[in-house]
Write a protein that binds this ligand. Sequence first.
Ligand code: 7PM
Length: 278
Amino acid sequence: MSSCWLTTRFSIDLSRPRVMGIVNLTPDSFSDGGRYSGSLKNALAHAEKLLADGADILDVGGESTRPNAAPVAADEEWQRVAPLLEEISRWNVPVSLDTRRTATMRRALERGWADIINDVQALEDEGALELLAEHRAGVCLMHMEGQPENMQDNPQYRDVCTEVAAYLRGRADACRQAGIDGGRIVLDPGFGFGKTLEHNIALLHDLPRLQRETCLPLLAGLSRKRMIGEITGRDLPAERAAGSAAAALAAVERGALILRVHDVRDTVDALKVWQRLR
Ligand code: 7PM
């Protein structure tokens, strides 16, 4: 397995776990109450804080993919993310853009404003594979069962781990066939995206198999998710930081190399202590 993630401007060293800090620009975000929406200044301050806290990558998103969320219009999504991308792409840190839309990816890639495309539907939008083949960006391919509008309505699998692994392997193959270098690809089982708590637990336990079967680096997004709330009894996402840090360590123990998190400082501290004491 490669120990680097190749992206547009940076080759990210994965000899130790890396932390991807979330900058959510959706007004209806469950996790920040929309505090950063409509305000470039606040979003920039938040991004700076994530870096000061030790984030290795910044992940910027303008479309909520929460359960039952309605899709956002492409122009609206772009208007939310563009001002921040333009600014932080001048910083010396890898910028990831969380989007499902080829048009949004293209706008960012053409301007050199994104080093990584983080796609919860694994480049299934029309033209996305071809677009990424024309650029040198890194790509995170995530598994989602159904669409955000309906994905949590009684999700069912014959064998969730086998199905997710087969899907991700297929998407990685499609990327390589389109001409995307394997060193640019990272895989993500998509915790909470069309999965019950039991599905999420099974996927976490089987991360080593996903890694063995794909030989690609794994990203885990568990931060503040409903599964953390279900286990801890914390209804408010902002109160799930400790539970999320514990989940992040469990994922690293099972081979995850990139952690997508809201609470960067807590995650970095947990990683430091766990790595020293283990
Ligand atoms: C509202 C509800 C806002 C849910 C945001 C979310 C992942 C992701 C998201 C993930 C990757 C969240 C989600 N989750 N990208 N984007 N992996 N690669 O909980 O797990 O942050 S959005």
